[in-house]
Ligand binder design. Structure first.
Ligand code: NCD
Length: 360
């Protein structure tokens, strides 16, 4: 529990066809497919800059400051590369919790205000373990915040790169069947991408296939129903059939780091607050239960060559991958999880440029 948990934050400003000067906190800021088209078109322009090995001068003099409170490889490096490729000054702090004044107990509001002052940042890119972190940061920041992954809830820039990947690989984001599998409960990328697909596409069919303990939250499902998405749910046992009818199989890592938290949620739901138990006892139970649930969740969950045989399905994954996709799949034409990342570089360049008013 942190100082900003359970606060009510105002809804972030909708994009309404412009990103200029705006925070990117949530996929729910998108109102129209045109907004994605603008990102896609700009990203394709960015691809040319990368392919021609040029450094653009679009953002010369601007500062992009990345503050990461959670581990990251792809998101961190692609924001960094995006800023530099556009000529901006990139200030990058990974390991905020260990190496910044956060280790001394500084709160997010002060941290954000401080980095704006010390770096003259024009944009702050934030990754943080709390669901509402980017809202808290935006409340205290005079420059746009980009949410680079917040808690278990949102990962808007991953969703943008994912839907851009689908557009580039399939030439459409309509009339699609997509199967999501893995950790649908704790993973943030699935929730954000499913919402964007529902917002932008017509005739979207989604299969959520997961073990019982990792089911997609009701709240996410409800939002998709409201947008007219055709949602089906099943267990990993139904994966083979789902793959045969899908255009995309979006695989995710089972997120071990959240299992203690989720075990505690489940325990409290089943047994009430268990008032007679001390905080220490609850922690021990949650830890044990979390480990047991994790082992059950990863058991037998592998996407392999056999599952994909004779299937046109394209396999995506936000990565990191652990055991859930067998390495033999990497060489199959179905596998697009490595090229998927490059779309992240292009679309993050596009986003930086559009926020700073340097888009087409
Ligand atoms: C994901 C994340 O951090 O949410 N990775 C990413 O940003 N590409 C997924 C994960 O950690 O499993």
């Amino acid at each position: 529990m942190t100082e900003f948990d359970k606060q009510n934050y105002p809804e972030p400003e909708k994009f309404n066809r412009s990103f200029l000067g705006k925070d990117v906190l949530s996929v729910e800021q998108f109102t129209n497919r045109d907004e994605l088209e603008l990102i896609f078109d700009t990203s394709r322009e960015m691809r040319k800059i990368i392919d021609e090995k040029k450094v653009s001068e679009l953002l010369v003099g601007h500062v992009v400051c990345s503050l990461f409170y959670q581990p990251s490889s792809r998101t961190f490096s692609s924001f960094s590369a995006a800023a530099k490729r556009l000529g901006a000054i990139a200030i990058e702090i990974p390991g905020m919790e260990a190496f910044s004044s956060v280790a001394k107990g500084e709160n997010l509001a002060d941290t954000v205000r401080s980095f704006r002052q010390t770096t003259a940042a024009d944009i702050i890119v934030l990754r943080h373990p709390e669901d509402d972190s980017s809202f808290e940061a935006a409340k205290h920041s005079e420059v746009p915040i980009i949410n680079a992954g917040s808690g278990r809830k949102e990962h808007p820039t991953q969703a943008i790169l994912d839907i851009y990947t689908i557009q580039e690989k399939l030439g459409k984001t309509d009339d699609l069947t997509i199967t999501f599998t893995g950790d649908l409960r704790n993973g943030r990328t699935v929730k954000s991408l499913a919402f964007l697909l529902g917002m932008a596409g017509n005739d979207i069919n989604i299969n959520f296939m997961s073990p019982d303990v990792l089911k997609i939250p009701e709240e996410t499902k409800q939002k998709l129903f409201d947008m007219g998405v055709n949602v089906k749910e099943g267990s990993n046992g139904g994966l083979a059939d789902a793959v045969q009818e899908s255009d995309i199989l979006y695989v995710t890592r089972v997120q071990r780091e959240w299992f203690e938290v989720q075990a505690r949620e489940d325990f409290e739901k089943d047994f009430g607050k268990a008032k007679s138990l001390s905080e220490e006892a609850l922690n021990i139970i949650a830890k044990e239960l979390g480990e047991i649930e994790y082992k059950q969740a990863v058991e037998g969950y592998v996407i392999d060559e056999r599952l994909l045989e004779n299937s046109r399905v394209l396999v995506m994954h936000p990565l990191p991958r652990l055991g859930e996709i067998s390495r033999e799949v990497d060489d199959m034409s179905n596998a697009i999880y490595f090229p998927q990342m490059r779309y992240g570089l292009e679309s993050r360049m596009a986003l930086l440029a559009l926020i700073l008013g340097k888009g087409p």
